[in-house]
Design a protein around this ligand. Structure first.
Ligand code: C2E
Ligand code: CA
Ligand code: CA
Length: 571
């Protein structure tokens, strides 16, 4: 079949088809493309937002908000993302906490302290920032921890931390947020410095403080003094009052050392100098004597061990005198260290370290054995001297202590009835059950027990009755205040009255004047001990002193003067 058409009509058709298609295309382009674009961008936008948030998070901002308001799959994905980031954020916070925060006090820890120091070593213009590190070690903390338990120890640390923060500024007590200065620190500064102060707990009973040292030197001095005072105020925990002291060592960067390690070491050495000279005070590294420099704590521990092996410990005897008859009724045994370089050292400079390192048990055993041996020697010479030996909680706690004491008595042949063990008051309170378990066989053997430093540890009467003591030793601090301080007088009166009703003996320590002795005797105190009669003496002097003191000829009017004369001789 053949179809014939005229060309113009085909062209016309084609043109109309093209025109129609063009119109359709244009319509499509005008409406559909924006529509498609609109839908496409709507679909992609949350994904883009999610991606951007993911980038922000990976850059370290874990608080970036997530587009989770959608209900579709993207919303589900965003929620999953948010939860994951939340978990990571919490974990990171935990890691930061573990790495930089002390779990007990919530103060910055040693590492945070180190970073704080090193971050602020260099000041503007590349010059070193002057700053002081105050190394604080608590005195007698070990005793409290051992006596009252770790809960009380931790509570005490928290209280001390809070006090240190209060004195400096709350913002110096968290890691990373150390802007701003407190009233005291403001005082330390003459002008605002680039070094924000920080308080940290380095471990155990050790704290440290960084303060700028750009101002007056006396300001750091003053701060150290205030730190000592704020620590020594008694702390009340669960109805018990306890008191610690602070030994503070100060080293200043860059004067006392060129880096963190040197500064901390020197602050530690200065702290140790403070401790060895009695504690509860501050020492500056720049001011301590050469003999202390270069000595670290470990040296003292090592030296103590060597001293035990080399037999460098000596004992001295301080007489106890009957207040009525003025007769010597015994002596307290006090340990001394005959140091090869530093001469004769008093226990204040080493007992704490011995207690912390557990060397105290060996030292205590040595002292007890030397005392009993000397007591026996005197007995053999016809001189009966009842002896009171100091015992630390560490010794009491050690299994086998009871047997050990009995063994020493047997081998030295010193009569148990002539031995008294002095236990400090806080120790006596530790755990009545275990104290009585350890002491029962000793009591049965005839040994007596005295509570040392009575009045400083806040014993409860209920506790006391269950414990094996029969003697109070009134702490020196009360006797010393007898002349002027009404408060001390009342305490001493109360202790003596309490002792009478419990049928305890009372020994007043640290009697230095006739007035003190007369007051004590007037109150019914049975025994006195102190420099008024004699200072602690080595055994070879003690025997002669005792014979001379008991000489009836010297008990005539003016005997006080004689006694005092002899005191000076003994001293
Ligand atoms: P403490 O048991 O309270 O001993 C009394 C301290 O007071 C002694 O100091 C003594 O010399 C001193 N003293 C006595 N009378 C007076 C006085 O009239 N005025 C003054 N200002 N002081 C006086 P020392 O010998 O330095 O002993 C200090 C502490 O060391 C003792 O205090 C005791 O807690 C401890 N200690 C001494 N020897 C031993 C020991 O063998 N074992 C244990 N665990 N601790 C010991
Ligand atoms: Ca004592
Ligand atoms: Ca005492």
């Amino acid at each position: 079949a053949m179809v014939s058409m005229q060309r113009p009509s085909i062209d016309g058709m084609l043109v109309s088809i093209w025109a129609r298609n063009l119109v359709i295309t244009l319509v499509l382009l005008v409406f559909c493309v924006p529509l498609t674009f609109h839908f496409a961008t709507n679909f992609v936008r949350p994904i883009k937002a999610l991606t951007e948030t993911a980038h922000t998070v990976s850059a370290g901002n874990f608080n970036a908000p997530f587009p989770v308001e959608r209900t579709d799959e993207i919303g589900v994905l965003a929620r999953a993302y948010r939860e994951m980031v939340g978990t990571i954020r919490n974990n990171l916070a935990k890691i930061h906490e573990l790495a930089f925060e002390d779990p007990v006090t919530k103060l910055p820890n040693r590492e945070c302290f180190r970073q704080h120091f090193t971050n602020h070593m260099i000041g503007p213009g590349g010059k070193p920032n002057r700053m002081s590190v105050l190394f604080i070690d608590l005195d007698r903390f070990k005793r409290i921890n051992d006596s009252f338990g770790h809960d009380h120890g931790d509570a005490l640390l928290c209280e001390i931390a809070a006090r240190l923060c209060g004195l400096l500024n709350p913002s110096s007590c968290s890691c990373g947020n150390t802007e701003g200065t407190g009233p005291i620190v403001q005082n330390v500064l003459e002008r605002p410095s680039a070094v924000p102060p920080q308080v940290a707990r380095l471990g155990g009973d050790e704290f440290a403080v960084i303060v700028p040292a750009s101002g007056r030197a006396s300001a750091v001095d003053q701060l150290a003094e205030q730190l000592v005072q704020c620590v020594e105020q008694p702390v009340e925990i669960n109805g018990l009052t306890m008191a610690v002291g602070a030994s503070i060592g100060v080293a200043t960067y860059p004067d006392d050392g060129e880096d963190y390690t040197a500064i901390l070491k020197h602050a530690d050495i200065a702290m140790y100098a403070a401790k060895r000279t009695g504690g509860n005070r501050a020492c500056f590294y720049s001011e301590i004597e050469d003999e202390f420099r270069g000595q670290e704590r470990v040296t003292l521990e090592v030296e103590l061990k060597q001293a035990l092996v080399r037999d460098e410990f000596r004992i001295e005897f301080q007489p106890k005198v009957d207040c009525e008859t003025m007769k010597v009724v015994g002596a307290e045994v006090l340990v001394r260290w005959q140091h090869p370089q530093r001469g004769l050292l008093a226990p204040g400079s080493f007992i704490d370290v011995a207690e912390e390192s557990d060397l105290i048990t060996r030292l205590g055993d040595t002292v007890l054995e030397m005392a009993c041996r000397q007591g026996r020697r005197w007995l053999d010479d016809g001189l009966e001297v009842p002896l009171a030996v100091n015992v630390s909680i560490r010794q009491l706690e050690k299994p086998g202590f009871t047997q050990h004491v009995l063994n020493i008595l047997r081998t030295t042949r010193f009569p148990a009835e002539l031995l008294q063990l002095e236990v400090t008051e806080t120790v006596a309170m530790a755990d009545p059950e275990s104290v009585s378990a350890a002491t029962e066989p000793l009591l049965a053997a005839g040994i007596t027990f005295a509570i040392d430093d009575f009045g400083t540890g806040y014993s409860s009467l209920a506790h006391l009755q269950r414990l094996p003591f029969n003697t109070f030793k009134i702490d020196r601090s009360f006797v010393c205040g007898l002349g002027s301080d009404q408060h001390s007088r009342s305490i001493v009166k109360t202790i003596i009255a309490m002792a009478k009703s419990l049928k305890y003996e009372v020994v007043a320590e640290g009697v230095e004047t006739v007035e003190q002795q007369e007051f004590l005797t007037g109150q019914g105190c049975t025994t006195a001990q102190g420099f008024l009669f004699a200072k602690p003496m080595p055994p070879e002097i003690f025997a002669g002193w005792m014979k001379a003191f008991s000489d009836p000829v010297r008990h005539h009017p003016g005997a006080q003067g004689n006694r005092r004369g002899r005191t000076e001789h003994a001293a």
